[in-house]
Design a protein around this ligand. Sequence first.
Ligand code: HEC
Length: 179
Amino acid sequence: MKAFLLLVAAALVAIAVALWTGIFNVSALVPHWGITSEIIEFARDRSVEVHSRDVRIPSLDDPKLAARGASQYHETCRICHGAPGVAAEVIAQGLYPAPADLLSGESQKELGDKQLFWIIENGLKMTGMPAFGTTYQKNELIEIAAFVKHLPAMTPQQYRAATSNSGQNTQEHNNSGAP
Ligand code: HEC
């Protein structure tokens, strides 16, 4: 037992010394080791699963909800995540970890409705994913989440039509014709 405690203490000291030397490179140009990435991803997935359990929202499959989330997605999320026929902006290219690909459908397959909503509301610590729970109302967050759920099935034409009254296309903000 004593030997074990000594070993733990020695390991903690070694970690503290390693951190103090500055050997851990915080440069966003240098990827994590494979093992570090796996630990972070495991911790993130479990955290989202556990914390989103109590989320109460309607089904995100409703196309009417999705249509109402289009302009917000276009103004905010597109900058980092891109959209059908629209590339993400320069700011997204240097982010580490890189913004998730929300167009392929992989994320939507892996995340349940509650988890999708929770991530948009809370953001993800130590990544570039912001929390939108302080900037949008709950109903708006639900609409954005529903839009994200429908995104992989959209063609560039459908995306353009759905967002034709927001930001990039009209220069100024105008919601008057939003669905
Ligand atoms: C400043 C850049 C940025 C903006 C703006 C942004 N995100 Fe993200 N988002 C990220 C990054 C980076 C990740 C990846 C985090 C990770 O790897 O854990 C991410 C991850 C996500 C995920 C999790 C995907 C998965 O497979 O786990 C969802 C869902 C998401 N974003 C939705 C949105 C929505 C919806 C908006 C707009 C309301 C938005 N994001 C705006 C950077 C951004």
